[in-house]
Design a protein around this ligand. Sequence first.
Ligand code: TPP
Length: 514
Amino acid sequence: MNGAESLIRTLIASGIEVCFANAGTSEIHFVLALDKIERMRCILGMAETVVTGCADGYARMAEKPAMTLLHCGPGFANGIANVHNARRASTPMLNIIGDQASFHRPFDPPLAADAEGLARAVSHWVRRSGTAQQVSSDGAMAVQVARRPPGQIATLIVPADVAWSEAGGPAAALPVVPRPRVEPEVLRKVARILRSGEPAMLLLNGQALGEAGLFAAHRIAHATGAKLRTPTQVPRLARGRGRVPIERVPYVVDTAIGALAGLKHVILVGAKPPMGFFAYPGKPSLMTPRDCAITVLTQPEQDAVAALQGLADEIGAPRVVRIEEKGLKPRIARGPFESEAFGMTLAALLPENAIVADDSVTSGRSVFPATFNAEPHDWIQSTGGAIGHAFPCGTGAAVACPDRKVVCLQADGAGMYSLQALWTQARENLDVVSVVFANRVYKILFGELRATGAEPGVASNSLFDLGRPDLDWVALAKGMGVEAVSVDSLEGFADTFRSACGRRGPFLIEFQIF
Ligand SMILES: Cc1ncc(C[n+]2csc(CCOP(=O)(O)OP(=O)(O)O)c2C)c(N)n1
């Protein structure tokens, strides 16, 4: 058995079932090992940002890592933006980078690069396997590190000679480290704050955004009057009818400051203090009032569900609390695109148990609150701000959950970063409906520019206008094997979306909003 085979067998023994890849010559022995073993599902992404974005979406839904197989430093570099997004979402991720054979590197061949440096920039753990004997135990450790709460990025660099040399057998799986619990003293301290009657808010992230965590938070809110919010973007949120409707911290700084005004306490549950996406002259970095105290209930790696349940019991919150309906009634709207009306229409038609991958930028601003009363669903977003996330993330989610409909909400400019994911959807016959908001501009950036008081000039128009030539999303999708239709009204969208949801397989709807 060579090093490649011993590593792949180790990963399979550690529960890894899917390999998203874009391999090259230095990974040939891995590909041969995958041919031989056959138990790992291999999925090609025709750009590394698709590979890493797929692995992110897969792991968020499967709650365990996939493996990525990437080619040398430059291949990994192409995938970094979505590794960054995964890191910001605390996604468990396992990257295998094939590299030059150890004895060949000193000759500085063309693809030699600082793979460690690139990997270190976005990984919690980086190792270069030194020998074929060692690579299996490195692999077992990489999986363990990736699965360490709340989820980490582990990157293993494997030189080609390590892959092809004679190795020992595979290594046994290492145990998954459990989430540590918070100390009872912390629960008592937070309970005292919440009992004080001063205006408070729980800011929930990560594990707390599942159904159990949200319900425990709802009990606390009911008993104490504390508000609940999530950060501006969520890694994965359980939502829809019958679930706790929770607002996010708004994206726009002034709106966020207004929403959090008057708070005396923010309790962090796996979240960071609420900061703006960017700084603006004369505006604060933190969205909380100056005299607001920030207290940590749980760090991201701690057991947030147990902490919230323990806190709810500590303050004597009833175990059964009704969830009041909140937000707009789902209904099919008519007329041209408008964000809230689109959200209500989507809410009326979203299939039960769907997964929504949202990278809709400005078009989606009002979609979130308008979908509180849709059928139960999960909402996943880029939490790292690197756009081009929904196509690949939704693709990976569809691999993880073949029985659930995936809906990608994708802004057009962002979509162009990773549209090759459509080809993967077609190749794997994944059940994904993508909606592209074709406004043919980087609208958010025109907005940021105007907010400075300036008007766009020749340079801004060159850089933020996506026309000349116009993108044809129907042709782009069809060119990658995905059926597509263009619509220009909400009723047109409703008809097309309904029929796309009535069948299996990938489909794209271009919503013309230009
Ligand atoms: C990887 C990455 N590159 C560039 C940016 C900067 N950026 C933020 S939003 C944006 C344009 C978004 O335009 P589009 O996706 O069309 O959405 P719209 O603003 O029109 O709603 C850009 C380029 C970014 N956030 N991430």
